[in-house]
Each structure stands twice: as structure tokens, then as C-alpha cells.
Design a protein around this ligand. Sequence first.
Ligand code: SF4
Length: 324
Amino acid sequence: MAANTVTPAFPAPAGPAAPPGADAPAEAAPKLGLPLPVLHATVLDWYAANARDLPWRTPDASPWAVMVSEFMLQQTPVKRVLPVWETWMERWPTPADLAAEAPGEAVRMWGRLGYPRRALRLHGAAVAITEKHGGEVPEDHATLLSLPGVGEYTAAAVASFAFGQRHVVLDTNVRRVFARAVTGAEYPAQATTAAERRTATALLPAADRTAATWAVAVMELGALVCTARGPECGDCPLFTSCAWQRAGRPPYEGPARRGQTYEGTDRQVRGKLLAVLREAHDEVPQARLDAVWPDAVQRARALDGLVADGLVEPVEQGVYRLPR
Ligand code: SF4
């Protein structure tokens, strides 16, 4: 891939993990069913044998390739991200390539990945990288955090996965694995808590590259085995030590968990309106937008929201386009 290429932290998963005791962190370990170095070795060995072969994990994947994947994967599964990521990287192999185009092109290429504000934010990050950082994705966590659209998770993920640094990387998969394996709860709290962050910090291996591989390994375990609705505990390397499993898999007792309803929501209407604009490659008259949804009030609300978010530009009365 393009310039700005470094060896990522987790190329093809490394061979056998460090022996017990070789990589123990200084922080106090949470209460676990097995010693921390054994936990590390167990999960890292599982990852070495089971990790998916994904293009943003290859040795020649640039930091930009990793950053694009992280923006896309935040709320969308790998299977849907893969084809869009491939096309994106072909068209915009560097941040400067994307920065040179209108933000509306990013929205168009985002296609049906959902939550399209991510496309605008990624475009904004590409512009900032091009204008302020010589076109190279910054290595430093604090500098990454200063980029538009880059929050704590993305900064930690890019610093870890692109540059092999040691950071707590807490996504929904990691939080769920820790909730079950360490805390003994079926699901984590709705929002990340200080206690979760302390647990994740205490579990982090001491060496940078091992920590970076650990971060992606736990994430992969959550994505492939310790899934939200149907954990495959029989296939899990943590089966015998998992706190939730050992407690007899107690049912979740927290507040009602948010569902993923989509049909009939403003999100669905926004998706339909945006699809018309993406496919048009030009300005679109109101009448074509009106045709996609029968409820005029909801349609107007969705369109107003798209305009407010900067995803759609009004050109003149009753005419719209993607942002230029
Ligand atoms: S044993 Fe089951 S619940 Fe525990 S970490 Fe593994 S898959 Fe998740």
C-alpha cells in the first residue's frame, strides 16, 4: 500500500505466546480464574490459530488502511465493511487522495455501511492529516485524538494496531469478553465505566507489541466466540476460567438493553433519502426525495437532520445534493 507503511502490531498472528511469567504487568491483576501470564498465553495462542485473515491486518497495511478500517468497523460488522474498505483503499490509498475530493464523495463511497457521519469525519481526519501532519497518520495517541472524528477508542486502536503501541482498546466486543470472563456478568454496562477501564488496564501485557496483539486478540474472541447473543463457550479458550461460566451463566439483570430496531425509524428514512442522493451523482429535486417515504412529517424531519449533520446540502429551494 501507499506511503506511511509500518509493520503493524498484529501481522499474521505471531507464533506461540510468551511463556508464563515473561510479560506480567505492574498493575494489580483483577481476580481471575488463572494467572495473568497464563491468561495472556491462552488468548494469544487462540488468536494465533483462529484470527481471521483481514486485509487491514496484513504486514503491508498502512496506518491509513488501519484507520479507515477502524472508522468503518465501529458500528458495522466485518462482512459488510470488507467490500467497501477494498474499494475505498483502491480509490483513496492515502489520506491526501481522500482530502483532495469533496466530502460528498466520501459519503457516496460509504454506501450502505450505516451511520454515514463517519464518512464525513473520516474525510475531515484525512484533511487534517494532509494539512497538518504531512500526509502521514500520526503515531502519537494524543495527536491522533486531536483529529476530527477520532475519539478515545479510535486513537487507541490506531496507535495499537498500526504502530504496535500499548493502549487500552475497549470496544463492545472487548467489553463483553471482560464482563463475562473477568467480572462474571453476561453484559457490560451501557457505557464504559472507570472500573472497566481499570480492569482492562490491569490485564494489559507490559510489552508494547504483545499488548497490541492482546488488544486485537480479545476483540477477535468477542467477535467470533464470545458473541452477544450466542457465546460458543465450548469453543472458548477461557472456558474453564471464565467467571460467568463458573458462576453458572447467571442471566443479565441490568437495565433494558437497547435494541437495534431499524424498520420505520428516522434512521431508515435518512438511509433511503441518502441512497437517492448517492446514486444521483448530481442535484436532486425534492420530488424524487418525496417518493421514497410516504410520511411527509417524518421525511422532512429526516431530511432536516441530514442537512444539519452536513450530509446533505440544500442548493436552492427544493433542490439537494451531497456536500461539495
Ligand atoms: S467461556 Fe463463554 S462467556 Fe466465557 S469468555 Fe468464553 S465464550 Fe465468553
